[in-house]
Design a protein around this ligand. Structure first.
Ligand code: ADP
Ligand code: MG
Length: 692
């Protein structure tokens, strides 16, 4: 028998395809429940409890509890010690899977030989391979790893003939994911996926904790949050209050602390208002995905809700309002993923009968790159080979040149997963060693092939004159700090002069993001700072102000940054900082860049566009980074270099600035003065591994 398994952070579910009725069905556990808690309890007497029994023990505090171990998948530092052994997340997942499989076998009286397991779309290579190994450790064949949102879309779309573009909006306990899927005659095509993995139901709980504690503090002068146990208790209680607010219009909460008793009522309306910013943060991610795919709400037909937190009525209300599109009313919030996996388990088997063929195409959530040296030779960079949101399976071939005079007989390649140009901001997946090629020392070309297989797992192969070469995977060395240092092989001449004016939006809407922005820009300045680099700082709102004129001292900028406040130039954004920045840069030697950070729509857009044109004519690169309400279309209008317009969210702001920092360092993005230098693109350098 084949089954689909939703291996969840908090709960797991098993489903199988019922061929007679042509539909997926949940296989209940021993307790007649659809969901089994993803919890393991190691009792002091050596016994191990898994699932429901373990969860019962969790409350009592007996034995050693392992929970939420899905978060530790692929992470060597996540371990649980029990019964004198050290368990990794992968081992714990294998134990849970074994239990789920055995229970399902007992239930159905059939032996399970093959499974499809679901994983979050954002799971990286480590997490995916760890999941596959966990399944194999149970003695079953892992037919396929499938992304959770894709599974949800399959379960929704498999028997639907109509053509639709569906947004899968998955708000779980600690993560938010959005995926756009095209359903065409029952076939499923994932267009793209994005997420915020520090945003989820727990943040709504925290809003209740905050509400209660603020009132308590006002009434009694003590803050329960200052006491760790009291705080934890309140977090757990708040999750329940939150669920009450899903059902009713208000909840009354009684809190006892240090001899005081406070009683507070929170209406759903108040709760919704206080958590509006969280829904806005989910919208930011949707907008970023739209930006990546060149789409908008207009292209979406329906929204499919997945994840426990979408039960909150505010979610549907909000989405209908911002999208103007219908939110699908379905009761499968918790089960859609397992059912989609069950359908896949049947469809994936070519000999299957009773199910009509169905095509599923998915994408990768992470770019795959190789460690390279920047064109100027100043630093190591992540040279992206396969972009995120590329269809999988996917492969890209790139020639690798061994310079004449180099007699090496091996090539080392480091594979990286992530979006940043800075290698250590990415996951360093593997060190791949290629050998067996012919190298006379007169220069040789090796064709490197980077692959994502249909499970989203990375493979590297290499060829010389079409013949495959030996490829061995070596463990990634413990110390990879050299990736952030200057490559030794080549030296560049004197550094090119660089001038960067930072323009920060100080309108009122920036008040919640300004601290994070300051931190990010601060890091950026310190990364880019160096010989012959000058910075200036400009603030803007309804007016423009120079906060610090061009200086080679990064500390001056750091100090000026620290003093930034919103509203000093008015509450809106009626002004454009481009003219001011251009005047600061005029007549300076070297590369010139204006870097704008904004979170809103500007009042005088045409004026800004004409100023941007002047910048272009003066060979000033304009790079525009948007967050919040900013509009990618407008950012593209004012940016003067390729890939110089970016829309992102606060949690990924560092990534965007990292990309710009490497571009500046490598002399791309218009940061090279001579007409001969650079073609204005990031990543124009040839991929270069490390040669022994
Ligand atoms: P994950 O996939 O991250 O394990 P789930 O999709 O199971 O998470 O969602 C868990 C989240 O859903 C928790 O934050 C939980 O509080 C929330 N949740 C579950 N039921 C409700 C409800 N009735 N109302 C509001 N939130 C709920
Ligand atoms: Mg989930």
């Amino acid at each position: 028998m084949k089954v689909g398994i939703d291996l969840g952070t908090t709960y797991s579910t098993v489903a199988r395809y019922d061929k007679k009725n042509s539909r997926p069905e949940i296989v209940n556990n021993k307790f007649e429940k659809e969901l089994t808690p993803s919890v393991i309890c190691f009792l002091d007497n050596g016994e191990v409890l898994i699932g429901e029994d373990a969860k019962d023990m969790q409350a009592g505090g007996a034995g050693t509890i392992a929970a939420s171990f899905k978060r530790g998948m692929g992470d060597n530092s996540f371990t649980v010690e029990a019964h004198g052994k050290v368990y990794m997340a992968e081992d714990l997942s294998a134990m849970l899977l074994k239990k789920l499989i055995t229970d399902a076998e007992e239930r159905t009286g059939e032996k399970i030989d093959s499974v499809v397991i679901t994983v979050p779309a954002y799971f990286n290579d480590f997490q995916r391979t760890a999941t596959i190994r966990a399944g194999e450790a149970c003695g079953v064949k892992v037919m396929k790893i499938i992304n959770e949102p894709t599974a949800a879309a399959i379960s929704y779309g498999y028997n639907r003939e109509s053509n639709k573009t569906v947004m899968v909006y998955d708000l779980g306990g600690g993560t938010f994911d959005v995926t756009l899927v095209k359903i065409e005659k029952g076939n499923i095509k994932v267009l793209g996926t994005d997420g915020n993995h520090i945003l989820g139901g727990k943040d709504w709980d925290a809003a209740i904790v905050k509400y209660v504690c603020e009132h308590f503090l006002e009434d009694f002068g003590v803050d329960p949050r200052d006491d760790e146990p009291a705080k934890n208790e309140l977090i757990v209680a708040s999750e329940n209050y939150k669920k009450v607010l899903t059902k009713t219009d208000s909840v009354t909460m009684q809190i006892k602390h240090e001899g005081y008793t406070g009683k507070y009522t929170l209406t759903r309306e108040q709760f919704d208002t206080r958590t509006q910013f969280l829904l806005n943060a989910t919208k930011d991610v949707c907008m970023r995905l739209f930006g990546d795919l060149g789409m908008s709400w207009a292209d979406v037909d329906e929204i499919l809700l997945v994840g426990g937190s979408t039960r909150m009525p505010q979610v549907t209300k909000f989405l209908e309002k911002v999208s103007g599109k219908p939110v699908i009313d379905h009761s499968d919030t918790d089960l859609a993923v397992a059912k989609g996996a069950a359908i896949t388990s049947e469809l994936y088997c070519s000999t299957s009968t009773g199910v009509r063929e169905m095509q599923i195409s998915d994408v990768t959530a992470h770019s795959l790159g190789a460690l390279s040296v920047s064109p100027g030779g100043e630093r190591y960079v992540n040279e992206i080979m396969i972009k995120r949101n590329s269809k999988i399976p996917s492969s890209v071939r790139k020639p690798f040149r061994i310079e004449p005079g180099n007699m090496t007989d091996i090539i080392e390649v480091f594979t990286l997963q992530g979006e940043s140009r800075i290698p250590l901001d990415c996951y360093v997946l593997a060190k791949v060693v290629i050998s067996g090629f012919y190298n006379s020392g007169e220069g040789a070309i090796i064709d490197m092939e980077y692959n994502y297989d249909e499970n989203g797992v990375v493979k590297v192969s290499a060829f010389q004159d079409g013949e495959p070469l030996h490829v061995d995977s070596d463990p990634v060395p413990d110390d990879i700090s050299w990736m952030s240092e200057k490559p030794k092989e080549r030296s560049s001449g004197a550094p090119i002069a660089k001038n960067v004016v930072l323009c920060i939006d100080l309108s009122r809407s920036m008040r919640n993001s300004l601290e994070e922005v300051k931190k990010t820009v601060n890091d950026f300045v310190l990364t880019v700072a160096g010989e012959n680099t000058k910075f200036g700082l400009v603030g803007f709102g309804d007016k423009v102000g120079i906060m610090r004129d061009m200086t080679a001292d990064p500390n001056m900028i750091v100090t000026a940054l620290d003093g930034l406040k919103v509203n000093v130039y008015g509450r809106g954004t009626d002004a454009s900082p481009l003219g001011t920045a251009a005047s600061m840069l005029s007549n300076r030697p070297g590369g010139k860049m204006v870097l704008i950070l904004t979170d809103g729509i500007w009042g005088k857009r045409d004026f800004a566009v004409s100023e941007a044109l002047n910048c272009r004519n003066s060979k000033i690169a304009v790079v525009a980074v948007g967050i919040g309400e900013a509009d990618l279309g407008f950012l593209r209008q004012i940016s003067t270099v390729e890939e110089g317009a970016m829309f992102t969210t606060l949690d990924r702001l560092g990534e965007a600035f990292g990309t710009i920092a490497t571009a500046i360092g490598s002399g791309s993005m218009g940061m090279r003065e001579s007409a001969a230098g650079g073609d204005g693109r990031i990543g124009s350098g040839e991929a270069r591994g490390r040669l022994r």
